[in-house]
Write a protein that binds this ligand. Sequence first.
Ligand code: PMT
Length: 398
Amino acid sequence: MSLKDKRILVGITGGIAAYKIATFIRLLKKQGADVRCMMTPASSDFITPLTVATLSENPVGIDFYNSKTGEWTNHVEWALWADVMIFAPVTANSLAKMAHGFTDNFLLATYLSAKCPVFIAPAMDLDMYAHPTTKNNLAIVEGFGHTIIPAESGFLASGLSGEGRMAEPETLLEVLENHFAKDDRFVGQTILITAGPTYEAIDPVRFIGNHSSGKMGFALAEAAAKKGANVILIFGPTHCKTNHKNIQLLAVQSAEEMLQAVQNNWKNATLGIFAAAVADYRPEMVANQKIKKSAEDLMIQLIKNPDILTWAASTKTSHQRVVGFALETQNGLEYAKDKLIRKQLDAIVLNEMGESGVGFGVDTNAVSLIDKNNNIRSFELQSKVDLAFALLDALFEK
Ligand code: PMT
């Protein structure tokens, strides 16, 4: 889910953090958003209207009246155009005016005409931010139903250090992404997701593993969290990262550890999606010390790992659904259907290795979703991020 074609109205007020808005506009444009910006006259001391207009690819709203063309700028039209308004940075002065209905510039008049959701990212020095008046004004605008994107702690333009820095452009972007991705069907759901490979120790320095990067499972976790679900993400060794507040992270190494983590958390889940590439076998004995290279041959006896997916499906209640993944190199549909029936799943997602851009490691994937009624739906090659949203939508279709 991106911000493609979303109409974002950015209100810039006169604080030093205004320089960060160039990056923010860039991030919005990169996602395909339609961006218009409004500036208070004071903000043009910190970032030029030309910069803002160039990056947003739209004229900037500053004055009610354009003295060159003699035209009046219709602030109501600007407000009604927007899907959301985001004010960043918001100074103590502009915040106070927003809280009390002052409209002594174009931006504030537009704000009062807006019917869309409003986001406010304050930025000021730490004492101003901590002042009871500011706290009070933030509470007032929050009471209007607006979303405050809290200031962060760090180095401030005054030379002091503390709370008052505007949230980073990436954070502003994430807040908007979460807003547009929010989906009522996911609110109140707890989705347990397994991701990545498992490593089965041979000795203290060696293991049996596979090429799973964790990208598919992490994409599913992020998408579910953005849609509003609580997510329990149980993952094997991976470089993937997420810090979404709706995601509880549980790192494991081996299949047995993954099973344990699933067993500890399964009763809280309404849906389980098992995207991990779990090693089917592990060494029967793990050497205490590094195995020395001496003999010509080395035999490692392997034993079967527990099947985590089968365990979850066999213990599920009527409120729970279980979705497996299948990675096949041949006879994909046949083998996936067999797993669906044998493991008593609600659905299975088949990816077939061999097709370019599909499966392990890559940023893209193409899959088929097969449900227990034998409905088959194909998802063409796309980024794992987009695919994750599409799969979740399909799983929650009525
Ligand atoms: O991580 P990426 O690089 O992004 O790659 C994504 C992926 C290719 C790993 C993912 O899309 C995928 O297909 N995951 C399942 C891979 C796999 O191991 O498939 P399988 O056919 O061996 O297993 C079938 C199902 O049983 C899977 O849901 C698996 O999680 C589960 N399983 C398997 C063995 C086992 N001991 N316990 C399990 O729970």
